[in-house]
Design a protein around this ligand. Structure first.
Ligand code: GLC
Ligand code: CA
Length: 556
């Protein structure tokens, strides 16, 4: 297998609004990030993925961009950005920018021009259509509720927005749009950035003719434009025009991606992207009303999905590995156990299970501390457009009763990941000296970076070790993967192999003691425990694993 630095790296995602506030206005900012780079150096990560810091009216917290070459005023200035980039590079940390080019803000100058008249030079930068029988051009629903079409009085046509009405979709069929995007990317690359995380990049090529989609519970049709007919052509062009000219790390956020599609997006031929974020494991607790339910992820299904991606991309493409990001609730509260008894243990188990797989691991801010979901008690505590819109839409239509819907958004809502980073036990968890834009999780007195950095057996120290091990053992990066005990509903056991070496990873995902039997092919006694959340020194051929116990054992 071909070696590459981005295969050997660990990425840390920063959601700037919630990371660190340097000036007391309650909003995280660039100088706040610069001040915490030493912390990230100490953790040992290689790359930062920075959620959007561009100028934005913040309808969707920066994922609605009104100027791609300016910094959001709340976050600071371009000088602050350059200082952050320079300091990161001094520390050997790379910076990956979030590239949001499926849509812009409706306040972007291109859209302001585009909506001004039908014959404006920018009209065709977006997707405009006449209505059908006095209604929307088709039945598509938007991801944040309502129709995907918005009527514009001025020119009496509708524009497409797969997300909020303030996020009009760019028309990638137009070569001028592609050129603008590629020029903008080149501008950032010339500034010295190290890569891109590409927002909903699987949606840029719309289904030709924009046909009606299958109607779901919300009453709207599914746009179904993931992996559209020209998406690979567009990404190959982007690769030729921009990516191939620099040494970058690239990951595409690809909702609706299948293993077969991923082999094209992230092909080892290197003519599109390095890797994708797939969603199959995130969708395991989804259902008819999208993600709004209380379904639990079943371990056997999780193993089957993860293993499919591990084995099918082997040698053909490259995996990204993630449990958490700014769009997901905290995995510790979803698949682990966030009660005080098992919180740290299960956080370490989740880390081990993911970081020992093949692929590039992503850590979301606070995951390395075992941060948990927020205990919401009222709708007023929510800030996220997705949760707020979904609550109103589903309750007002009588599809889900209000109390039930409140429970769903509390459990699955994106704000769970967006509460401020917990730095210490001072007021507002050391995130701000002012009033935070979103409430701090009340558990910050127990869960915070300061306490964990000072304690040898903390989750922070454990993640630090996971990252270090990846550097010391090639088998963790390049070894192949095989699932053992596929039918066990309690244990996740897998084996990595590289040459003569074997790495056995054993995780007990339950609160119960669970019996474990070593596969015959591994000679007992010769294994060396690389990491364990129970200070285990050896793994006997027949062992009883404690609740949430995990271990990675190296043979040969
Ligand atoms: C992606 C982002 C999400 C955003 C959406 C629209 O899924 O991760 O936060 O709301 O795209 O840009
Ligand atoms: Ca601030």
């Amino acid at each position: 297998m071909e070696k590459a630095w981005w295969k050997e790296s660990v990425v840390y995602q920063i959601y700037p609004r919630s990371f660190c506030d340097s000036n007391g206005d309650g909003i995280g900012d660039l100088n706040g990030i610069t001040g915490k780079l030493d912390y990230l150096k100490e953790l040992g990560i290689d790359v930062i993925w920075l959620s959007p810091v561009y100028q934005s009216p913040n309808d969707d917290n920066g994922y609605d961009i009104s100027d791609y070459k300016a910094v959001m005023a709340e976050f600071g200035t371009m000088e602050d950005y350059d200082r952050m980039l320079g300091r990161a590079h001094e520390l050997g940390i790379k910076i990956m920018m979030d590239l949001v080019v499926n849509h812009t803000s409706d306040e972007h100058p291109w859209f302001i021009e585009s909506r001004s008249s039908k014959d404006n030079a920018y009209r065709d930068y977006y997707i405009w259509k006449d209505g059908r029988d006095g209604k929307e051009p088709n039945n598509w629903g938007a991801c944040f509720g309502g129709s995907a079409w918005e009527y514009d009085e001025k020119t009496k046509q509708y524009y497409l927005h797969l997300f909020s009405t303030k996020q009009p979709d760019l028309n990638w069929e137009n070569p001028l749009v592609r050129k603008e995007v590629f020029d903008m990317m080149t501008w950032w690359c010339d500034k010295g950035i190290d890569g891109f995380r590409m927002d909903v990049i699987s949606l840029i090529s719309k289904t030709p003719g924009l046909p009606d989609g299958r109607v779901g519970k919300s009453g709207y049709g599914d746009p179904g434009c993931a992996n559209g007919p020209r998406v690979h052509e567009f990404l190959k062009e982007m690769n030729r025009e921009v990516l191939s000219k620099y040494d970058l790390i690239t990951v595409g956020e690809c909702s609706g991606v299948t293993v077969e599609e991923a082999k094209k997006y992230a092909s080892s031929a290197g003519d599109e992207l390095n890797m994708v974020f797939q969603f199959e494991h995130m969708d395991l607790d989804g259902g008819e009303s999208f993600k709004w339910n209380h379904k639990k992820i079943r371990l056997t299904e999780l193993k089957q999905v993860m293993s499919k991606w591990q084995t099918e991309l082997e040698g053909k493409a490259w995996n990204s590995l993630y449990w958490c990001n700014h769009d997901q609730p905290r995995m510790l509260s979803r698949l682990g156990n966030d009660s005080s008894l098992y919180r740290e243990r299960s956080a370490k188990l989740l880390g081990t299970c993911l970081h020992m797989m093949q692929g590039t691991p992503y850590i979301y801010q606070g995951e390395e501390l075992g941060m948990t979901n927020y205990p919401f008690t009222s709708l007023e505590e929510f800030r996220d457009i997705e949760s707020i819109n979904a609550y109103h839409e589903l309750t007002e239509k009588g599809i889900v009763p209000p109390e039930e819907m409140f429970d769903y958004i509390s459990y699955k809502g994106r704000d769970n990941a967006r509460t401020p980073m917990q730095w210490d036990d001072s007021p507002s968890a050391g995130f701000t000296s002012g009033t935070p834009w979103i409430a701090v999780n009340p558990n910050y007195k127990e869960i915070n970076a300061k306490e964990q950095m000072a304690r040898e057996d903390s989750v922070f120290r454990y993640y630090q070790k996971l990252i270090k091990l990846r550097r010391e053992h090639e088998i963790i990066v390049y070894g192949d993967y095989r699932l053992l005990l596929p039918d066990s509903g309690e244990l996740y056991v897998y084996m990595r192999s590289l040459g003569e070496q074997r790495l056995l990873v054993v995780c007990n995902f339950t609160e119960q003691e669970t019996a474990y039997q070593m596969p015959d092919e591994l000679e007992s006694g010769k294994g060396r425990v690389l990491i364990s959340n129970y200070d285990r020194e050896t793994l006997e051929p027949s062992a009883t694993l404690a609740p949430y116990e995990c271990a990675a054992v190296l043979y040969g």
